[in-house]
Design a protein around this ligand. Structure first.
Ligand SMILES: [Zn+2]
Length: 259
């Protein structure tokens, strides 16, 4: 059993390396066909000098440390996002391996983790949540969770549908705050999390409020300037994947006693 998290850490670092290509290329692609082409042949390049990376300079986590964060060819700084994505994906894969064990639910959980990491960094930098990520993810999540736990089909459909509808309502009432990307992301998260999506959305709003107020106090952002909401939803989703159902039960338990 102890072997599973170790294997998943290594696997997660490799997938994380691929995620860095996704995060860099998808927002820069012109259309989905060229996006898919560039993803099928990632071939990592230095974004400074365009030099293709040698295999030994492209080993997840290790190469960044050995190169001390600079390109061997041109000396350009490698963004800290690269090792961060690799480590984050690796650590969360290991955690999922420990938490879910060798069960079918582990597979959609791993996919969910990588999707949310990609959405986190793309929305943070580009203010978009690409359809080419979220829509296939929603279909796969819906199909996989219902195939694995057929008795939960209604819960999963309602969780995804209601989350998307809720965000659509917010976007409708207060245009400019939420985008359609947030609507689709919330729906997608519901398909993976079921009722635990409530915890994810709550944590997303809580984190968004804390960071928003923090930025205003620090004078970094005015009341009007835009902070993307996707990264907060993504963090909420990652926490809810592991503790969402427990937190929900705890909350409902307190509520029962209070009545
Ligand atoms: Zn370079």
């Amino acid at each position: 059993m102890a072997l599973i998290p170790v294997i998943l850490f290594i696997f997660g670092a490799v997938i994380g390396s691929f995620l860095n290509v996704v995060i860099y290329r998808i927002p820069r692609g012109d259309d989905w066909r060229s996006q898919l082409r560039s993803l099928a042949w990632p071939g990592s390049h230095c974004t400074g000098c365009e030099q293709p990376l040698k295999w030994y300079d492209n080993i997840p986590l290790a190469s960044y440390a050995l190169l001390r964060g600079r390109c061997r060819n041109c000396g350009e700084r490698i963004p800290v996002r690269y090792p961060l994505v690799e480590f984050g994906n690796a650590a969360l894969y290991a955690l999922a391996g420990w938490y879910f064990g060798p069960e079918p639910l582990l597979l959609p959980a791993l996919l969910f983790i990588s999707l949310l990491i990609a959405v986190f960094f793309i929305d943070l930098e580009h203010y978009i949540i690409p359809n080419v990520i979220v829509l296939p993810a929603a279909v796969i999540g819906l199909a996989a969770t219902i195939a694995i736990e057929p008795s939960r089909w209604l819960e999963i459909l309602v969780a995804g549908g209601a989350s998307a509808a809720f965000f659509f309502l917010i976007a409708f009432i207060k245009p400019g705050g939420m985008g359609m990307g947030d609507v689709k992301l919330a729906g997608m998260m519901g398909f993976y999390l079921g009722k635990a999506v409530l915890v994810a959305l709550f944590l997303g709003f809580l984190l968004g409020a804390i960071v928003g107020v923090g930025l205003m106090v620090a004078g970094r952002k005015g009341r009007k300037s835009r902070v993307p909401f996707g990264p907060f939803l993504a963090v909420g989703g990652l926490i809810a994947l592991f503790v969402g159902e427990n937190l929900l039960d705890l909350y409902l338990g307190i509520f029962d006693q209070g009545m």
